[in-house]
Design a binder for this molecule. Structure first.
Ligand SMILES: Cc1ncc(COP(=O)(O)O)c(C=O)c1O
Length: 398
């Protein structure tokens, strides 16, 4: 390699970065990078960073809670060597627990709803987990639900530990002790806004608690899904089952109130739609090279919703929970995006529109806009008709 090539590579990559050796994979959990967002935020005031949790070995923030909750359970004597970890999950937590169980030599039983894809089931089984499929269309209290089945399996299995990520507050504690201090250090205490999706609320509340302890002025922005009960509960203190509707975006929103959310820490709660989340995730991939999960698109859209309160001194950190590889059949698949009606264009040429293009499109087809256009066409037609009649009369000498 000539000198010129070596120099140009060295200018791009910090080769002197410390490379560590680990006893096992769990040592690589946490210490994820903070990555500056450049192109997607072009034209916006302030500085924007993404806390990229896909750098965890299980490619999501859930590695942190799985590791911390199991360690705490071991310390409290709730699980002993050779025991079984049980959880109700179809998502990232299942993957993290299965991975950790393999590392630590525990048996892992996961209850999933019948909505879970075959790929997801295969993935969990590959890590050695036992998968129990439960009906999706039953209430959480029904003994057949995946929550009830997990609880029952844990009760019936000797030396079993039910993780219960919604209610075990070691979930939020994991983020209080790791993600929060990391963000504070990485921004050298300059963070002014923290944007984070809320599901169990662990990632949002654990980090928020730590950051508010350092600087109470830091604004905490929660992101919720349409079809979830969380925002209404934050606003009114009322659990309203009428809020519950099916939605596509994964990870955020709930149909229960988890103990891990500390609602008092949230300064603003924003609902983000399935479509806007999908389009923002695609934008992150095409503009920043960040192939992130669906909920990262929701957090990204949240950034655009708080522009009114930002200035040149704002340092905004959005937490991106997981990697996009788990959504190749959904938001990164144009067929799926077309089925949902998220793409614009004709049959031969569809494209992912920007949010602005979508808003223009919606405005064009809105009732008011169609009515206005119809009136204009009608007036023009009437004028042309009158002109035609008067010309005809003239030519006939009438
Ligand atoms: C992809 C994704 N995003 C966001 C969340 C929400 O995180 P938390 O449960 O800590 O609120 C989850 C949780 O399952 C998730 O899997």
């Amino acid at each position: 390699m000539n000198e010129y090539t070596t120099k140009s590579i060295n200018s791009l990559i910090n080769w002197n970065r410390k490379v560590m050796v680990y006893e096992n994979l769990s040592g690589t959990i946490g210490n994820t990078p903070l990555v500056r967002l450049n192109k997607i935020t072009a034209g916006l005031t302030g500085t924007y960073y993404a806390k990229v949790e896909a750098f965890n070995p299980g490619q999501s923030a859930k590695d942190r809670i799985a590791f911390y909750m199991v360690e705490q359970a071991e310390k409290k004597g709730l699980i002993k060597p050779g025991g079984t970890i049980v959880e109700a999950t179809s998502g990232n937590t299942g993957f993290s627990i299965a991975m950790l169980s393999a590392i630590k030599g525990y048996k892992c039983i996961l209850t999933l709803t019948s909505k879970a894809s075959t790929e997801k089931i295969s993935l969990l089984k590959s890590l050695g987990a036992e998968v129990v499929i439960c009906p999706v269309d039953v209430s959480p209290e029904d003994p057949r639900s995946y929550y009830s089945r997990a609880e029952q399996i844990a009760k019936e299995t000797p030396n079993a530990f039910y993780l219960a990520q919604n209610f075990n507050t070691d979930n939020a504690a994991a983020h209080y002790h790791s993600t929060g201090p990391e963000i504070w250090k990485q921004t050298e205490g300059k963070i002014t806004h923290y944007v984070c999706c809320a599901g169990t609320g662990g990632t949002l509340s654990g980090v928020a608690k730590y950051l508010k302890e350092q600087n109470p002025a830091i604004r905490i922005i929660g992101i919720d899904a349409y079809g979830s009960v969380l925002k209404k509960f934050w606003e009114t203190g009322i659990y309203d089952p009428n809020e519950i509707k099916p939605y596509k975006v994964e990870g955020l929103g709930k149909n229960i109130i988890p103990s891990n959310i500390d609602f008092s820490l949230i300064d603003e709660f924003i609902k983000v739609s399935d479509r806007d989340s999908a389009i923002r995730a695609r934008e992150l991939a095409s503009k920043e090279g960040l192939l992130m999960g669906y909920s990262s698109g929701s957090a990204m859209h949240g950034i655009f919703q708080i522009q009114h309160e930002l200035d040149e001194n704002s340092v905004v950190v959005a937490l991106f929970s997981d990697h996009g590889s788990r959504y190749l059949g959904k938001i990164y698949n144009d067929g799926w995006m077309t089925e949902q009606g998220y793409l614009l264009g004709n049959e031969s040429e569809t494209k992912v529109p920007s949010i602005n293009e979508w808003e223009d499109h919606e405005h064009y087809y809105s009732y008011e806009s169609v009515k206005r256009r119809y009136r204009t066409y009608y007036r023009i037609y009437r004028l042309m008709y009158r002109k035609y009649i008067s010309q005809t009369k003239k030519s006939l000498g009438l």
